[in-house]
Design a protein around this ligand. Structure first.
Ligand code: PMP
Length: 349
């Protein structure tokens, strides 16, 4: 008799159960850049651990909510494969998540993505069979929502379904029922804070609610781009951290749960994302860079000694090859000259 079989029945079952991994170098490297860093001796006062969500089938944390919202709607009898088309506005990662779940279950998907988000996101959605509509950058979120309304009207209520990820309670529920409990178990019940950015807010709100139900002293620290901090009363403005901080505060951001806000400059998010790859082998996206940067600021506070901070690495580096994060690497890779190196000489020599 061999070991018991452990085969997922389909790709939807492969969503979630991501690893939680300690950061060993980045918090220290960032501490060393502070001026009066003689108080910081290795290790940093607090520990930072990252939930590596880029290991999901669609390459991001958003697979989790795509599954939850679609399966909630199925349980409520709202949608059926082959009948309903899933229509939503996305910065790409949720659209890719819908693509994964819908291809497996047999739904059609139409996604509206505003112009500035990376072309890799559009291409991945299309590879998964999603119909992609791109909205004009100058029309902002309102433009994307207008197209969404038009598509819904055209298809009609019997044939279309809008998950509305910014308001759908299934978004928070996915993280309350899965991501939060996974972290609690992986930490063996010792976890003191989350430091993470919000897009829809589902990840931050769901994880915080669950971990606070286990540890009433649990702290929730939100990350926003330096260029736009709505939680500090800023007006909406452009920033370069794709997938986080839309130009409005979504319902799924539970403001009353947030203890502190840290602003991360886009340039630091990019630098930290590149350092995470080179120094520790985490090939991640820009928002993971922002999260690691902000979590490291907190981990370096002497009063946080002995605490454990969890952060999120939402998506993978491949999704950013056409963006400022990695376009120079991509160009260099494209133009690498053919090598004249002859391995025979080394072997013979
Ligand atoms: N990072 C990236 C790259 C994302 O795409 C998103 C979601 N749009 C987030 C972070 C934030 O996740 P949430 O929507 O759960 O707040």
């Amino acid at each position: 008799m061999g070991p018991p079989a452990r085969i997922d029945d389909n790709i939807v079952e492969a969503i979630g159960q991501s690893n939680l991994v300690r950061l060993n170098k980045i918090p220290l490297l960032l501490a060393a850049k502070n001026e009066n860093d003689d108080t910081i001796t290795p290790p940093t006062p607090a520990e930072v651990v990252a939930k590596i969500e880029f290991t999901n089938p669609g390459g991001s944390v958003k697979d989790r909510i795509a599954r939850e919202m679609i399966e909630d709607a199925e349980r409520n009898g709202e949608i059926k494969p082959g009948v309903h088309t899933i229509v939503d506005v996305t910065s790409g990662n949720t659209g890719i998540g819908y693509g994964v779940v819908a291809a497996s279950k047999g739904y059609d998907v139409i996604q509206i993505i505003p112009e500035p988000y990376s072309v890799e996101r559009r291409a991945l959605m299309m590879a998964l069979g999603v119909k992609v509509l791109v909205s004009n950058k100058k029309d902002g979120m309102d433009g994307a929502c207008k197209i969404h309304r038009e598509v819904m009207q055209k298809l009609g209520p019997d044939k279309s379904w809008a998950p509305r990820q910014f308001d759908n309670p299934g978004n928070i529920k996915a993280h309350f029922e899965h991501t939060g409990p996974e972290i609690w178990e992986q930490c063996g019940g010792k976890v003191d804070a989350i430091v993470a950015a919000y897009g829809t807010g589902g990840t931050l709100s769901g994880i915080t609610s669950y971990l606070r139900s286990k540890n009433p002293n649990f702290k929730c620290i939100a990350v926003e781009p330096m260029e736009q901090s709505l939680l500090n009363g800023d007006k909406p403005g452009p920033h370069g951290i794709q997938g986080i901080s839309p130009p409005f505060l979504p319902t799924n951001v539970r403001i009353e749960e947030i203890d502190e806000v840290i602003r991360c400059p886009t340039s630091e998010a990019m630098k930290t994302a590149r350092a995470l790859a080179k120094e520790e082998g985490f090939a991640v996206g820009i928002s993971a860079g922002a999260n690691a940067w902000a979590a490291s600021q907190v981990a370096n506070r002497p009063e946080w000694k002995g605490k454990r901070i969890v952060t999120i690495f939402p998506s993978a580096a491949e999704r950013y090859m056409s963006t400022e994060l990695y376009e120079s690497v991509r160009d260099e890779a494209t133009n690498l000259p053919l090598s004249t190196f002859n391995p025979g000489t080394v072997i013979e020599g």
